[in-house]
Design a protein around this ligand. Structure first.
Ligand code: NIG
Ligand code: FE
Length: 389
């Protein structure tokens, strides 16, 4: 058994209540010992046990790797023209998804897989060590199954999103499409998925259709999560809470009953500020959620339409500047919050026994993630104890 000691850590964020320094379980002048891909010891550098190898990080700040709990990486084509038109005043609608669906259906597996690998490479270089990936640009039985199978080759956190929008060929028969999603498409996709998701919003699926999709997924053992309340204050968030969803994502438009329901539940509100940035929409009211006691996560929503970023540091900077989260709240939401949204207790923190997923910043503090926006501060990344950047 070989062990690695990472020492000389100026500021270590553990997100572990055992360390009571600061809101994030912070340690100053710390070391971490990694064995078999897990955190084996955490404490003051002067007390660290000897290891087989040692790395001195010279006073850098080290964090749990970011947990990006919401992305759509399996697609072909980009929609820069749509973004350009939006910046000239056109609104974002769910309809643009059809453009990516046509290109994705026509793309061979190798091309789609290469795109996932490219985007995941970007994610890791930006400090992300756990990522969820959704289907949703195939929208036929065969294309949803193959895009999920491809995603499964990259991450265990795969989500069946056949109910992204009604595809053009069934636009006059949306209920037939819901039947297809709940029947043959779910049967073909469930073996490759952990989660079931639905876009419950204007221009996509209503609450009854969304309920049907989520209940069908739950019946075959998938765990529910939703896209909800991005475009209007509909019933998606409350449906998610009612069904025990791990997370409701977007939460841009909420009424008081939504906030009350979330506050009394285990459902995480996952905020995706890259989408508001890229669709020039109002940002979600993170303070209202945090002050009500709701668990908040941050994720990129990486997709070619509404949020073509892989950068969790960018989302943290937006959350701090535009959504009035403190740097500590935003970092927690991008690590431990993302882990809660994926119902994972082995990632998002650096307590003993956690996966040895660490992100090193070329900076003395995590505050620099927002203080120095747009700057590549990530100096090293370890995933399960192996250096990935
Ligand atoms: O999460 N809201 C629904 N789906 C994506 C957008 C997908 C697209 O526009 O291609 C989202 O923002
Ligand atoms: Fe999304």
């Amino acid at each position: 058994m070989t062990s690695l000691v990472i020492t000389g850590i100026g500021l270590l964020v553990t997100n572990d209540a055992e360390f009571e320094t600061g809101p994030l379980g912070e340690l100053i002048d710390a070391a971490v010992v990694v064995e078999r891909g897990r955190v084996a010891w955490v404490g003051p550098a002067r007390a660290a046990p000897a290891g087989d190898t040692a790395v001195d990080v010279d006073g850098a700040c080290v964090l749990p790797g970011f947990v990006d709990s919401h992305s759509h990486l399996v697609f072909d084509s980009d929609r820069a023209g749509e973004f350009d038109a939006r910046m000239a005043g056109r609104p974002y609608t769910a309809g643009g998804i059809a453009t990516t669906v046509a290109a994705t259906r026509a793309a061979p597996d190798e091309r789609l897989a290469a795109n996932v690998a490219r985007l995941m490479g970007e994610m890791v270089r930006a400090g992300t060590t756990t990522m969820e990936v959704k289907s949703g640009y195939g929208l036929t039985v065969a294309d949803e199954a193959r895009t999920l199978r491809l995603a499964r080759g990259f991450t265990p956190e795969t989500t069946f999103l056949g109910a992204h929008v009604v595809p053009p060929e069934l636009s006059e028969r949306p209920d037939d499409y819901v039947d297809l999603v709940c029947g043959p498409m779910l049967a073909a996709c469930a073996p490759y998925a952990r989660w079931i998701d639905v876009f419950c919003d204007r221009g996509a699926f209503d609450v009854d259709q969304s309920r049907a999709v989520l209940e069908a997924g739950i019946a075959v053992g998938l765990l529910p999560r939703l896209h909800a309340n991005q475009l209007e204050a509909g019933g998606g968030v409350r449906l998610g809470v009612e069904l025990g969803a791990a997370s409701v994502d977007h939460c841009t438009h909420l009424n008081p009953a939504d906030v009350t329901a979330l506050a009394g539940s285990d459902t995480v509100a996952t905020l995706l500020p890259g989408a508001e940035f890229s669709t020039r929409a109002p940002y979600p009211d993170a303070r209202r959620l945090l002050d009500a006691g709701v668990t908040v996560a941050l994720a990129t929503d990486c997709n070619p339409g509404s949020s073509y970023t892989t950068s969790m540091p960018f989302c943290i900077a937006l959350a701090v500047r535009e959504m009035h989260m403190t740097p500590a709240e935003a970092l927690w939401a991008a690590t431990a919050g993302g882990a809660r949204a994926l119902r994972r207790d082995d990632v998002g923190h650096l307590g003993v026994g956690a996966r040895a997923d660490l992100t090193l910043l070329r900076a003395p503090s995590y505050v620099h993630l927002a203080y120095r926006p747009g700057v590549d501060l990530v100096g090293a990344v370890w995933r399960s104890g192996r250096q990935a950047r």
